[in-house]
Design a protein around this ligand. Structure first.
Ligand code: F0G
Length: 458
């Protein structure tokens, strides 16, 4: 008999979680104005709101916290991390920042000006927010296949070279400060970008002399997909694949709360010294001195080790297997999800799940609330609420896809927890025809409204 697959770690410390009743959850979600961000963590049984900063550190990482160097300037923890960034990504110039959006803020302060265009693959909302905040525009050039959740394209994070070329052809070079490639592409379902696509983007960028920046939040998961899905990479190590990926970039922003496997932190790194010189000024203004950014020395230590652990093939095998363990259960139950399954989350196709709820009533949010009520599981809406209103017309921007994202924290839950999530969704799926109404907004912020929006049942 073949030995079954099992986690390549054992558990040294546990954190109790409370399994609430449906009555309690009815009360709590009402008090939270039907916004899952407003729930207290102890009102949630299984928290799949995000995989960001919610992972479990290893004993080596916890050990490294004790030897963090908290010197204001010249901390050894900074040099430790700088060496890791150089060895994994190949960039000489590095600035620590407190999280991913801080890296965006610093870099875009250098590069992005009013009226410019930033093409990319379904930019993450903070990325788009930082672009639009500067009165520039994010242009989505993701391949069309990404918007058909049933199509089995292996790299739905890819940029359409045709769409990209069109943008670059139709605008002067000065209007395009950079191309941003998000690895993996969170907004399209944790979908990877192929090495071939990265190479082609580089060729086009070189032709038009436009820099390429990688949003690297889940770079290692992207490398795992290249190893597993792209011809010619099966026998390459994750580190070798990452090295090749980053040859095609001029710089990177990274939320290290994901593939850094730490609870807070970020990286900004680049090849060009002139950018670095300008970025240091903004880093000092917004984040902190250049050798700590927004991070404590101990956190930089833990991050350096997290980067080592995340690029280990055995770790990634466990990680992605768990995400796919949940995703495959849902597929077997007939529940519509983004296929093929992505890296950090299972994205449930809410439009196909709840076919009766009108789009004006926030379909994916409706499903997210149903799942919370059913099983105490907190997912997150990646749909109309997240898409915000058009900055000019103020009309709702209805995205092509309405997802309920179930993001799985790294090394945190067991497969028994995944079974609860699947059973909860199955119960809702069985009675989906009875769910016909959603929600209306009673209060919302002008930008990034999904965090604070207040809703009422229709
Ligand atoms: N880029 C991507 C692709 C992200 O997924 C995120 C965060 C960021 C940038 C910003 O990083 O949160 O450290 O400031 N994504 C989280 C999520 C919030 O839940 O997907 P941050």
């Amino acid at each position: 008999m073949d030995l079954p697959f099992a986690e390549n770690y054992k558990i040294k410390m546990v954190e109790p979680i409370y399994r609430s009743t449906r009555e309690e959850r009815e009360k709590w979600i009402h008090q939270a104005h039907y916004n899952l961000f407003n729930l207290k963590s102890n009102q949630v049984f299984i928290d799949l709101l995000t995989d960001s900063g919610t992972g479990a550190m290893s004993d080596r990482q916890w050990g490294a916290l004790m030897t963090g160097d908290e010197s204001y300037a010249g901390s050894s923890s900074y040099f430790h991390l700088k060496e890791k960034v150089k060895s994994i990504f190949g960039f000489d110039y590095f600035l620590p920042v407190h999280q991913g959006r801080a890296a965006e803020n610093v870099l875009f302060s250098v590069l992005v000006k009013e009226g410019q265009l930033v093409p990319g693959n379904s930019h993450f909302d903070t990325t788009k927010g930082h672009i639009e905040f500067r009165k520039a525009k994010a242009i989505d050039c993701t391949i069309d296949e990404a918007f058909d959740t049933n199509g089995m394209h292996p790299f739905k994070g890819n940029i359409s070279i045709d769409k990209l070329t069109q943008v670059l052809e139709q605008h002067p070079r000065e209007q395009i400060p950079m191309i941003i490639v998000t690895l993996t592409c969170n907004s399209s379902g944790g979908q990877p970008v192929s090495m071939k696509n990265l190479r082609e983007i580089r060729e086009v960028a070189d032709h038009y002399q436009i820099p390429v920046i990688f949003d690297s939040a889940r770079f290692a998961e992207n490398a795992w997909f290249i190893q597993n899905r792209e011809a010619g990479y099966q026998n390459k190590s994750i580190c070798e694949i990452v090295t090749e990926m980053y040859q095609y970039a001029d710089g990177m922003t990274m939320s290290s709360k994901k593939d850094g496997i730490v609870n807070i932190g970020g990286i900004l790194a680049m090849r060009r010294e002139d950018w670095y010189q300008q970025a240091t000024v903004y880093n000092i203004m917004f984040e902190g001195f250049i050798t700590y950014g927004g991070m404590a020395g101990r956190d930089m230590n833990a991050l350096a080790i997290g980067l080592e652990e995340v690029t280990d093939g055995a770790y990634l095998e466990n990680r992605i297997r768990q995400v796919h363990y949940l995703g495959n259960q849902l597929i077997e139950l007939g529940i519509p999800v983004q296929k093929p399954l992505g890296g950090h989350a299972v994205f449930v196709d809410a439009k196909r799940f709840l076919q009766q709820v009108p789009k004006e009533e926030y379909i994916a949010q409706t499903l997210a609330i149903e799942l919370y009520l059913e099983a105490g599981v907190r997912g997150v809406e990646v749909g109309t609420l997240l898409a915000d209103r058009d900055p000019l017309t103020k009309a709702n921007r209805y995205p092509q896809l309405e997802f309920l994202r179930l993001a799985i924290p790294r090394r945190t839950y067991t497969n028994n927890h995944m079974d609860v999530v699947a059973a909860g969704l199955k119960n809702i799926f069985d009675r989906r025809d009875q769910i016909t109404r959603g929600f209306r907004i009673v209060e919302e912020a002008p930008i990034m409204r999904h965090f604070t929006v207040k809703l009422k049942r229709k």
